[in-house]
Design a protein around this ligand. Structure first.
Ligand SMILES: [Zn+2]
Length: 162
């Protein structure tokens, strides 16, 4: 089995001769969002604080489509430290409030995908998507009935883990 883990092979013989003052080992030099956070890559930055940044998605589904990300490189938002997760969603709220008064959307869709279904960037991010009645955003869920027997079993199983 190939068990290289997270060890990076050195590409181009780069050395750490000019690291920024941020010596935080939780950033990833190969990650676009880490580079945006560090100011090394441009972005349409809407907001930043010590723990989070928010910037316009470069391929927006709708005007105002924003990504909110933790500054530290984390792949699993839902497994992050509680305070870090809270900081991300606090920024979601902050930016949504500003987008609300700027664009006057009919509402918002807020979502995060984790695990292998994530798209091109593995740095955890939350999509904040202003919604308009006539937009073409397609977030469809194939709904079905909740089966009472299964619900009881699932509630029992999940509550044991809480
Ligand atoms: Zn990253």
């Amino acid at each position: 089995m190939d068990d290289a883990g997270s060890v990076d092979s050195s590409e181009g013989g780069q050395t750490d001769t000019e690291t920024t003052t941020d010596t935080d080992a939780t950033t990833n030099a190969n990650c676009d969002f880490c580079q945006i956070s560090a100011g090394a890559e441009p972005a349409a930055l809407l907001y930043e604080d010590d723990r989070t940044i928010a910037f316009l998605d470069q391929r927006p589904a709708v005007r105002g489509h924003t990504l909110i990300v933790p500054r530290m490189h984390e792949e699993e938002l839902l497994l992050m430290d509680k305070m870090e997760t809270a900081a991300v969603f606090d920024t979601v709220r902050t930016v949504a409030t500003a987008l609300e008064s700027t664009l006057e959307p009919d509402g918002f869709s807020v979502f995060h995908t984790s695990g292998p279904l994530v798209g091109t960037v593995d740095h955890a991010h939350v999509h904040l998507v202003p919604r308009f009645e006539d937009d073409t955003v397609g977030l469809s869920l194939a709904r079905r009935e909740l089966e009472s027997g299964d619900a009881a079993a699932l509630v029992s199983a999940v509550r044991e883990k809480l």
